[in-house]
Design a protein around this ligand. Structure first.
Ligand code: GDP
Ligand code: FO1
Ligand code: CA
Length: 330
């Protein structure tokens, strides 16, 4: 059997550990198609947070508390950059993590596509599943927010002396890390998505898939940018089953509620199921797995099943994966 998983970072990584366990039992092959919308170039280095969260987690090198970056990390370079006043000081690149970005940037600069760079990095980490970026093209999530009207310029705007009430787009990382998603997001723009193509191997994996599982990742900023890559939606011919990242009306972790508010979607398993929508109505899903506490949820046109969705450890996550595969009919 061939299983394809659409995944973001931390939720995607935890889920994939369970998929890998199930695949080992059944001799199945797993391909993870990972979001690149969070990717950013800082200090001249290309950083791919979701790919790295998955690679480090499955490779045993992730920091378990943070969920991103390396276990046993040190921060000497960050401190030195801060001493120089080198912006941005709000984004922390750990010393160990930096080596990944140095190798990646060097390979990208030499002309290798991100998919080949990721494969090369994975020869060290041996994640046990095939990791593919959704695209080899540059697709970045930007967040449209109200322009800051504090400070002298804002004062002039408030006084009606210069145009006020304008909007600006900032990189997703600036919104997420610097502002902790506290600036109300007007909308998300996946810059470059329209002209993008799936990375090498993505369409082949989807064509060979017996089931596509949508990890319990952030639907708005982890899964939507994958689906925005040209050609991916149309290639989802195998049964698609999603796993809800929302339990009892709240994200298990993170700030998905802020993202859902920006797309006028209720933060609930029903809300996210409805946002993805039924394949029969032009949406994504054939099946939707919700937590047992959300067992009464319905999504028109979608087979909804419930299961304990807390990914406590590999065994509990593997049970979630088996339940999702059952909904997919494989
Ligand atoms: P990010 O890219 O690092 O933000 O991670 P993802 O987008 O892959 O996943 C983030 C989502 O994972 C959050 O919205 C969480 O609610 C969800 N999540 C984290 N742990 C669990 C869990 O144990 N169960 C479920 N169902 N969702 C989880
Ligand atoms: N998240 C933070 O909250 N603060 C950071 O300084 C930070 C640095 C960072 C560096 C490399 C990396 O791969 C991820 C990093 N993250 C950091 C996590 C990341 O910003 C987000 O959690 C994800 O992009 C959301 O999926
Ligand atoms: Ca992400």
């Amino acid at each position: 059997m061939h299983i394809v998983v659409l995944a973001g970072g931390i939720g995607g990584a935890k889920f994939l550990a369970g998929v890998r366990a199930v695949a080992r039992e059944s001799g199945s092959e797993v391909t993870a198609v990972v979001n690149v919308g969070d990717d950013v170039t800082l200090h001249g280095l290309r950083i791919c947070p979701d790919l790295d969260s998955v690679m480090y987690t499955l490779g045993g090198g992730a920091d378990p508390e943070r969920g991103w970056g390396r276990r046993g990390e040190t921060w000497t370079v960050k401190e030195e950059l801060t001493a120089y006043g080198a912006e941005p000081t709000w984004f922390g690149l750990g010393d160990r993590d930096l080596a990944t970005h140095l190798v990646r940037t060097r390979m990208l600069d030499a002309g290798y596509p991100l998919s080949a760079v990721t494969e090369a990095l994975c020869t060290r980490w041996q994640p046990g599943v095939r990791l593919l970026p959704a695209t080899d093209d540059r697709v970045e999530t930007h967040v449209v927010v109200e322009d800051d009207r504090s400070g002298p310029q804002g004062e002039a705007a408030r006084a009606g002396l210069v145009a006020g009430g304008s909007q600006k787009a900032i990189h997703f990382q600036e919104w997420w890390v610097r502002h902790r998603a506290a600036l109300p997001a007007k909308r998300f723009v996946f810059v470059g998505a329209e002209a993008s193509k799936p990375a090498a191997g993505v369409l082949e994996a989807l064509a060979a898939a017996d089931a596509v599982l949508v990890a319990p990742s952030n639907p708005v900023v982890s899964i939507a940018p994958i689906l925005a890559v040209g050609g991916i939606r149309d290639a989802l011919t195998a049964p698609v089953v999603g796993v809800s990242p929302i339990i009892g009306g709240a994200p298990v972790r993170g700030m998905a509620d802020k993202c859902l508010a920006a797309v006028q979607t209720e933060c609930s398993a029903a809300g996210v199921g409805g946002l993805y929508g039924a394949r029969s109505a032009g949406g994504l899903l054939d099946g939707w797995l919700v937590d047992t506490s959300d067992a009464d949820v319905t999504v028109p046109g979608v087979t909804v099943r419930s299961h304990d969705l807390w990914m406590r450890d590999e065994a509990s996550t593997a049970a979630i994966v088996r339940a999702a595969l059952e909904v997919a009919g494989v």
